[in-house]
Design a protein around this ligand. Structure first.
Ligand SMILES: [Zn+2]
Length: 247
């Protein structure tokens, strides 16, 4: 098992796991050089054949084939795609499905990947959220779409992301987030210390989930500090890890 974390949300009446998820890191893949080794993104300059093999292995973590995996072409917005089959969905930062046997994959390298499920209702989601997505409200948009499809009791797992200490930003960035977000969210996401601004995207995502009544597990590792993970801030030319979920 090369995933850095994995688990299940909920149980079927027969005792089997309802929604399986996994978070990947750098280990276990076929890419070389800056993309070593489990890069899951096609758009970062890596060899396409290596990425395809890495996606095949990642689909296998949840017992599926590459063709069953829906992956978002993230744009740092709040658009949500509802899917019923595998494939690339451009222009969205969240994917939702109520289909069985379809996996959803969110890619990131410092931004927050997260997965959500209401196993009882049979609705799952995967989300990519950086500081822009936090302000744009992609987490709330994904949850609203899940609820439209019948989700009631939603659980979440928040994946590896850059920590606040490693994420100093221009002051304009926290200022724009404070304008976009209610203070109960921006007060935890935006940090000003010794004249420098920092963003804690993970804390912001967790606060948004809590405000929606959703409890979350955390895969609490900093991408910038762990050499087991891809970090755009650290390496610039690098791969993307992922979080995958299926029911
Ligand atoms: Zn850090």
């Amino acid at each position: 098992m090369f995933a850095i974390a994995s688990g299940a949300l909920g149980q079927n009446p027969d005792g089997s796991s309802a929604a399986l998820w996994a978070a990947t890191g750098r280990a276990g893949g076929s890419s070389i050089g800056a993309y070593r080794s489990l890069n899951l993104a096609e758009y970062v300059g890596d060899d396409a054949g290596a990425v395809a093999e890495n996606r095949r292995r990642t689909a296998g973590l949840v017992g599926l084939e590459s063709s069953d995996v829906a992956v978002m072409g993230a744009t740092h917005g709040a658009a949500v795609g509802v899917v019923s089959a595998g494939g690339t969905v451009p222009g969205v930062d969240a994917l939702v499905t109520d289909s069985q046997g379809v996996a959803l994959l969110a890619l990131a390298a410092d931004c927050v990947p997260l997965v959500l499920a209401d196993p009882g209702a049979g609705v799952i989601a995967a989300v990519h959220c950086g500081w822009r997505g936090l302000g744009a409200g992609v987490v709330g948009a994904a949850v609203a779409t899940m609820r439209e499809l019948g989700a009631v009791a939603i659980e979440a797992v928040v994946g590896p992301a850059i920590c606040a200490r490693c994420y100093p930003v221009p002051a304009e960035r926290t200022a724009s987030l404070r304008q976009a977000l209610p203070s109960q969210i921006s007060d935890v996401a935006c940090i000003e210390r010794s004249g420098t601004s920092f963003i804690d995207v993970r804390a912001g995502v967790s606060a948004q989930l809590a405000a929606l009544g959703i409890a979350a597990l955390n895969v609490d590792v900093c991408t910038n500090e762990s050499t087991d993970l891809f970090s755009y801030r650290r390496d610039t030319v690098t791969g993307r890890q992922g979080m995958i979920i299926r029911q």
